[in-house]
Ligand binder design. Structure first.
Ligand code: AMP
Length: 143
């Protein structure tokens, strides 16, 4: 299965935030939407950055609660690794494991078209493994 197939099942909505909004607004959105990362937008490029819950924890740990009033742009990761709709689930698993992040925005023709989280990848792999296991059981039962 590839990224396009996952997006057609889960949807293409991406929750984003402008780079000049505050860290506390970002925390509120993450909490309300029950997600772990926001794509940061600046109107010039499809993905200006990514801000994950870990960035907020790091900001508060190093700078205290006053960091929550600072703009997202100060704490986001600016060099974002993205994928395309043709990327395979295995490629994403390898990428997330090697680079130690759990979110990959999907960019097609210069447009942000979705986001894949580690939860989406795990759900898809578990589904595949269950289907394989069921097929083997049926094969043994009829052999
Ligand atoms: P995560 O595991 O996705 O919550 O993120 C861990 C760290 O990696 C945070 O500092 C994020 O800003 C950063 N990060 C998350 N996703 C990406 C990505 N696709 N490309 C680059 N950095 C990322």
């Amino acid at each position: 299965m590839n990224v396009d197939q996952i997006l057609s099942l889960k949807g293409r909505n991406v929750v984003s935030i402008e780079a000049d909004r505050s860290l506390s607004e970002a925390a509120r959105i993450l909490s309300e939407r029950r997600i772990g990362a926001l794509v940061v937008i600046d109107g010039r490029q499809p993905v200006a950055g990514i801000l994950s819950e870990r960035d907020i924890v790091r900001a508060v740990a190093t700078q205290g609660a006053q960091a929550l009033g600072e703009p997202v742009s100060r704490f986001m990761t600016g060099q974002v690794v993205t994928c395309s709709g043709r990327s395979s689930v295995n490629e994403l698993m390898e990428l997330m494991t090697q680079q130690k992040f759990r979110h990959v925005p999907v960019v097609e023709a210069g447009q942000l078209v979705g986001i894949i989280s580690i939860g989406d990848v795990v759900k898809q792999r578990v589904g595949e493994i269950e289907a394989e296991s069921q097929a083997i059981k049926e094969y043994i039962a009829t052999a």
